[in-house]
Design a binder for this molecule. Structure first.
Ligand code: CAO
Length: 415
């Protein structure tokens, strides 16, 4: 069966994480992704965080599945000539160079449109137009500039970055949506367009509930934040709230059996109002149902520390999976804190293809995260990342170069 994006050709100038995440997704949906890399060097991540000497790192392999690699020096004259042919050949060009890098090579958006008016040109930068548009940006800077770090962590602690790569992979996801939207638009308009996504904007989009809370502060305290129940006044900005739930149903991380030695023996427990009576029963406190301190959500808000201490007395007698089993039967929303080791070994995630084992000619078998987006008529198969320049000859032949021209470009160091 044809994949959803079969026939779409992507000129992938991306490197590091944000751009490669985007083009990997498009490849999983069936696009032909041609990754352009500097001859002899390639994407810097091939050599970063290496666990096996002289073998492409997991950093690289896990972000570049299902792609083909061509080496091309897009600064050399002959390399530029070949690059023009590639722009003519492809539907979408994706890049996340430092600001101005492609312009310096002579490939401005205007020039790209001249070469191929149907080209969709998608770009990740750290910041959008304005004071910081020229800045280079990495993941954690984006988390800080996008409002995530100031609202993450303990109230009295430092601003905190998260392990989830919301700046890089999050922006890659946003960009992929922009690209398929522009592809759809092209079916009516016949023209390509420019798709920009700034990492600061992508992070802020994911942190929008905290901008919601910033405005709620003008009208009173944020009562679901534990500091409200503790009588600690709010300042001018949305504070850090530890593990308090970000939604309207209070939740916390609670200790489970074994927490003294196991750093992940915890559960995230949500006191959803609709199942409060079930919660009172399962924790062995049926008297709370009619206690004026705890009976309604409004009664409980000023006493959340007491509520969660009471629930934790029970969760500490259970493993996190026992809590899960018992609470799920009663419709109580909660979930275990899973370690990466537990996730890697989870048979359910293997079955759905969310965790996959991939074979690589130089490193052997390794685990990766498959496509988290499942299409019923376009199933994703994960194939290994390409070696540097593995597909140079076949791609250059496809865009019309003769074997003599390819050999001469190699001699000149253009490929
Ligand atoms: N042929 C010839 N030159 C090439 C090339 C090729 N195939 N591929 C890249 N280059 C050149 C670029 O043109 C650039 O040259 P100039 O500086 O002379 O213009 C040079 O390689 C380095 O590119 P860069 O500036 O993008 O890379 P960097 O390592 O210095 O910076 C990063 C990396 C990520 C900070 C920067 O690319 C950036 O800010 N990107 C936008 C935001 C982004 O995506 N950040 C997420 C990164 S993942 O955490």
């Amino acid at each position: 069966m044809e994949k959803a994006l079969s026939g779409v050709k992507i000129l992938d100038m991306t490197h590091v994480q944000s751009g490669p995440t985007c083009t990997q997704l498009l490849a999983w949906f069936g696009a032909d992704v041609i990754k352009v890399e500097r001859p002899g060097v390639g994407d810097a991540t091939r050599g970063q965080l290496r666990d096996i000497p002289d073998v492409d790192s997991l950093y690289f392999t896990m972000l570049n599945h299902n792609k083909r690699s061509v080496t091309l020096n897009t600064k050399a004259d002959k390399g530029k000539e070949i690059f023009v042919k590639m722009i003519e050949h492809c539907d979408v060009m994706v890049e996340n160079f430092a600001p101005g890098a492609l312009d310096r090579m002579g490939f401005t958006w205007e020039r790209i449109q001249e070469i191929n008016p149907r080209m969709i040109y998608a770009s990740v930068k750290g910041f959008g137009p304005g004071a910081y548009e020229d800045c280079k940006v990495y993941e954690n800077v984006a988390q800080c500039a996008g409002g995530s770090a100031s609202t993450t962590g303990d109230r009295d602690g430092l601003p905190m970055v998260t392990g989830a790569q919301i700046g890089d992979s999050g922006t890659g996801l946003h960009l992929a949506l922009g690209i398929v939207t522009a592809l759809y638009h092209r079916t009516h308009s016949g023209r390509g367009q420019k798709v920009d996504c700034a990492m600061q904007d992508g992070v802020l989009n994911l942190a929008r509930v905290k901008l919601r809370d910033q405005q709620r502060l003008d009208h009173g305290p944020l009562n679901e934040y534990s500091q409200a129940g503790e009588g600690i006044p709010f300042g001018e900005a949305t504070p850090r709230a530890g593990n308090d739930s970000g939604g309207g149903q209070p939740g916390r991380i609670l200790k489970c059996k074994g927490w003294e030695t196991d750093p992940n023996a915890y559960t995230y427990f949500i006191t959803q109002a609709a199942v409060w009576k079930n919660i009172c029963d399962v924790i062995g406190k049926p008297e709370w149902k009619d206690d004026p301190k705890f009976a309604t959500p409004a009664d409980r808000l000023p006493h959340l520390n007491d509520v969660f201490e009471g629930i934790e007395e029970w969760t500490m007698t259970q493993t996190k999976f026992e809590v899960m089993d018992k609470c799920n039967k009663l419709n109580i929303p909660q979930g275990p804190i899973l370690s990466m080791k537990e996730i890697a070994e989870d048979p359910g995630l293997r079955k759905t293809g969310t965790v996959v084992e991939v074979d690589h000619p130089e490193r052997g078998k390794y685990l990766s995260v498959g496509n988290p987006i499942k299409l019923s008529d376009s199933k994703s198969e994960v194939t290994r990342s390409p070696l540097l320049g593995e597909h140079t000859d076949e791609i250059l032949t496809k865009i019309g170069l003769s074997s003599e021209e390819i050999s001469s470009a190699k001699e000149d160091g253009a490929v």
